[in-house]
Ligand binder design. Structure first.
Ligand code: UDX
Length: 463
């Protein structure tokens, strides 16, 4: 099928390349000429394991191409994915300017029946809003005889259907999550559109795609469950899923904070409750909490959507508060450990909001480092992938390019992101470089016993 993906960020680029991988003809569009030039040369604008190989493979096969010419791409393709950003506005609601601009462009280039898919996380009711914008754009005259418009009447209802097909991709495992989703959600008022979407995803649904490097074999795995529903329910599924996962993390962090005072071990508590099939073991890792470009944005947007109906989201507001407090808790721990922060040297392991990504948006590590720098500490940071100081990071923070620099002369080390690389460090050698061997493990990632046996004054979260 002929697919156009508008927006080549984490969601758009992964969606486009994976649809190319299952045999569709995909044109990825972005208004960022620099990004498109990079992609045309198979240079990745983002770090996502396995992405580069798939882009190269599908560009070479001709299934995948990149352009800044949005109009031509819409004209030539039938399935149009909207994958542009919906970043939070200062009041926490979603910024829909980019979605609106794309919807207008689609209306200007509707020359035949098309399916318009909202892949970007958009507020509840956005599907109808996108329809309205497209229709208005057609009505104001797109100059194209779209077949159903024989009388030349620019006010004929445009020939398209809108589908909500929310993504559940986790950064760092986005390609795996595309080929091994727990479910595919399709929301639309049009059965025709739903049927075409099922055809589009057929090879993923029925597990009939070729083996992909770095992914497990799909042979014998169960067909993917479909959730076919209306537009609003599909949009709500995305917000409800992310908000639940974020609340689950804040829940375990609140329990960890109690454990820490009561002398209980959160790792054992999390295991003990996670084995209950009604709770489930995943997303029960206590630590400095959630960040990234999704949880903070989506939870906040859902509280704003609720407020529009006069609903106060007490549970979600508490999940946000607990999460904000977890970061500040690390600063308090540093103060308890060092007594005086000013003039002390603190090394931080990990900048990205989670491992296997270069994304530093709303990363807990950045909040922590900014607070410590503002308290007068000399702060150093190291990340396996992030090699440029993010704009949101206090420019006084020193970016290091190896872990020895981080430990050398430091009074305290804080592990903020659980990169696999940090498991295998030679902590005996690195500890000897420190001025004082304090270690706070913000992700309970390392072995408390091992670190203490190496002479570290080790503390975690709830252990
Ligand atoms: C999330 C959702 O998982 C995904 O389905 C959605 O499409 C996009 O948002 P992502 O933000 O990439 O994905 O990362 P995720 O792996 O979900 O982690 C989110 C945050 O929670 C990270 O900061 C992570 O460090 C934190 N986290 C996760 C915990 O603190 N504890 C956990 O047990 C799991």
């Amino acid at each position: 099928m002929k697919v156009c993906v508008i927006g080549t960020g984490y969601v758009g680029l992964v969606t486009g390349v994976c649809l190319g991988e299952i045999g569709h003809n995909v044109i990825c569009v972005d208004n960022d000429e620099k990004k498109i030039k990079m992609l045309k040369n198979s240079i990745m604008p983002i770090y996502e394991p396995g992405l580069e190989n798939l882009v190269k493979k599908n560009t070479q096969s001709g299934n995948l191409s990149f352009t800044t010419q949005i109009g031509n791409a819409i004209l030539s393709q039938d399935i149009i994915f909207i994958c542009v950003g919906t970043p939070p506005l200062p009041d926490g609601s979603a910024d829909l300017r980019f979605v609106e601009e794309v919807a207008k462009e689609i209306g200007r280039n509707l020359n035949s029946y098309k399916i318009i898919i909202n892949k970007s996380t958009v507020p509840i009711g956005s599907g109808d809003w996108v329809s309205m914008i497209i229709n208005d754009s057609v009505a104001t005259g797109n100059g194209i005889d779209n077949g159903a418009n024989h009388s030349g009447n620019k006010n004929a209802a445009a020939i398209f259907d809108v589908v909500s097909n929310p993504e559940f991709l986790r950064e760092g495992t986005a390609i795996y999550d595309t080929f091994f989703p727990d479910r595919i959600v399709l929301g639309s008022a049009s059965q025709k559109a739903i049927d075409l979407m099922i055809k589009l995803y057929e090879k993923v649904i029925n597990r009939r795609f070729e083996q992909i490097d770095s992914l497990p074999d799909s042979k014998g795995t169960k067909n993917i469950p479909l959730v076919k529903t209306d537009l609003v329910s599909a949009e709500m599924i995305k917000y409800a899923a992310n908000s639940f996962l974020a609340t689950k993390i804040s829940y375990i962090n609140e329990i960890a904070n109690i454990c820490e005072k009561a002398g209980a071990d959160i790792l054992k508590v999390a295991k003990g409750i996670g084995l209950d099939s009604r709770i489930g073991a995943r997303f029960l890792n206590a630590g400095i909490g959630w960040g990234g470009s999704c949880f903070p944005k989506d939870v906040s947007a859902l509280t704003k959507i609720a407020a529009e109906y006069g609903i106060t989201t007490q549970l979600l507001n508490s999940a946000i508060n607990v999460n904000n407090q977890q970061r500040l808790k690390m600063v308090q721990k540093a103060q308890e450990t060092l007594k005086i922060i000013k003039g002390k040297t603190i090394g931080v392991l990990g900048i990205s909001f989670k491992p296997n990504t270069d994304d530093t948006r709303d990363a807990p590590a950045i909040t922590i480092m900014n607070n410590l720098a503002n308290l007068g500490a000399k702060v150093k940071a190291y990340d396996p992938i992030v090699k440029e100081s993010p704009e949101s990071l206090n420019q006084k923070v020193i970016l290091c390019f190896d872990t020895e620099e981080i430990f050398s002369g430091s009074d305290l080390i804080i592990l903020a992101t659980e990169w696999e690389e940090f498991i295998g460090l030679d902590y005996e050698k690195l500890g000897a470089l420190m001025r004082d061997k304090n270690f706070i493990d913000g992700r309970n990632f390392l072995s408390k016993e091992k670190m203490q046996s190496l002479g570290f004054k080790y503390s975690g979260i709830g252990i």
